[in-house]
Design a protein around this ligand. Structure first.
Ligand SMILES: NC(=O)c1ccc[n+]([C@@H]2O[C@H](COP(=O)([O-])OP(=O)(O)OC[C@H]3O[C@@H](n4cnc5c(N)ncnc54)[C@H](O)[C@@H]3O)[C@@H](O)[C@H]2O)c1
Length: 330
């Protein structure tokens, strides 16, 4: 029997890469999304016989219950993503990122859906200077975004039973091309600035970040779909490929765009600074990210230079588009 997966928030940056991968691997996929950014990224697979779309808000229990009918696995992506988006309306942020996660997880339990994969973030580590952060490193919350994600992690781990197996993936900041492109991510943004303005402005140049290619993120979900339940139940896995200081990243981009000028903004502080270990997921599940930061830089540079984006500065790739949407939410 084909496995039936519900992906929430699958019309976004990660989901638009993940869904075709799941379809290719033979899963039946139902997508539940509010289409905050429109739904063009779904057109490639919209007519696929194993794909179904439900338009709706994850805060609505009735819609969630219907979307979970005949489903055996949930991949929960839907969220307000990133610090700026979360700050626009904190109450809405809690509703979407935390309360709705509670609704979905409790409905899964009721319906005896065992496998629940949650999308968390390495932002939860906030500031960590003592080497590479591991999954059991104590967290240091520095934003509302991380606060809501940590609250979800804690909640999910408390409701694990022999019938409900939540798994938490803490993703590093993503990069790379997606049909629902985001340029408000460090690498994607730096490369866009480098290609179009030959100038990049950095605050917190020595701050470390961890990164993962969006296709590796999709592969990590697939690994968790295939893993035996006892290997993922109640577990947290960091997912990513490499750690870079922001200044190092800009210098790496400069190797391919030598005219690039790097400007340091001294006054603005960066609330995050961490390096991450990705060994646990490799040791336990045999997952290793395949795409390097360098490959990602070249991929985005190539697409920008060949004018794949008619206007890479279109607000739909930025937070501002979300902000307008968020302000319209009750
Ligand atoms: N992109 C990254 O760098 C990154 C890093 C770490 C973790 N994550 C996590 O991965 C997940 C996906 O991130 P992304 O970059 O694809 O985000 P995204 O903003 O591109 O996509 C989020 C999707 O969720 C949908 N959504 C939001 N609120 C909804 C609601 N109330 N009801 C239904 N749908 C709703 C949106 O319409 C959108 O399609 C998120 O949970 C995010 O926290 C992402």
């Amino acid at each position: 029997m084909r496995r039936r997966v519900l992906v929430t928030g699958g019309a976004g940056y990660v989901g638009s890469i993940l869904i075709p991968l799941l379809l290719k691997e033979g899963f039946k996929v139902r997508l539940l999304d509010y289409l905050m950014f429109g739904g063009e990224s779904l057109l490639e697979f919209y007519g696929h016989p194993n794909f179904e779309f439900v338009k709706g808000d994850i805060r609505d229990r009735r819609i969630v219950e219907e979307a979970l009918e005949r489903i055996d696995t949930v991949i929960h992506l839907a969220a307000l993503v990133g610090e700026e988006a979360c700050e626009v309306k904190p109450k809405v942020t809690w509703e979407i990122n935390f309360e709705a996660t509670r609704i979905i997880a409790s409905c899964c339990k009721q319906k005896k859906i065992k496998r629940f994969i949650f999308s968390s973030t390495c932002s939860n580590y906030g500031i960590y200077r003592a080497g590479l952060a591991q999954e059991d490193t104590s967290l240091n919350i520095t934003s509302l975004y991380a606060e809501t994600k940590v609250a979800c992690e804690e909640y999910l781990r408390t409701i694990e039973t022999s019938q409900f197996h939540p798994c938490i993936l803490r993703f590093a900041m993503m990069f790379g091309l997606s049909p629902k492109m985001r340029f408000n991510l460090v690498i994607n943004d730096f490369v866009r600035e480098a290609v179009h303005k030959k100038r990049v402005v950095i605050y917190g140049p020595k701050c470390w970040r961890a990164f993962t290619h969006v296709r590796d993120a999709a592969d990590a979900y697939l690994t968790c779909l295939r893993a035996p339940l006892n290997k993922i139940s109640g577990e947290i896995f960091n997912v990513g490929t490499e750690n870079y200081q922001k200044k190092q990243l800009a210098n790496l981009i400069k190797e391919y765009i030598p005219e690039l000028q790097i400007k340091i903004m001294e006054k603005k502080k960066d609330p995050r600074n961490y390096r991450i270990s990705f060994k646990k997921i490799e040791r336990r599940l045999g997952f290793k990210a395949k795409r390097s930061v360098k490959e990602g830089i070249l991929e985005i540079k190539d697409a920008l230079e060949k004018k794949i984006f008619s206007n890479p500065y279109n607000p739909r790739y930025e937070i501002w588009y979300k902000e307008k949407f968020l302000k319209s939410l009750l």
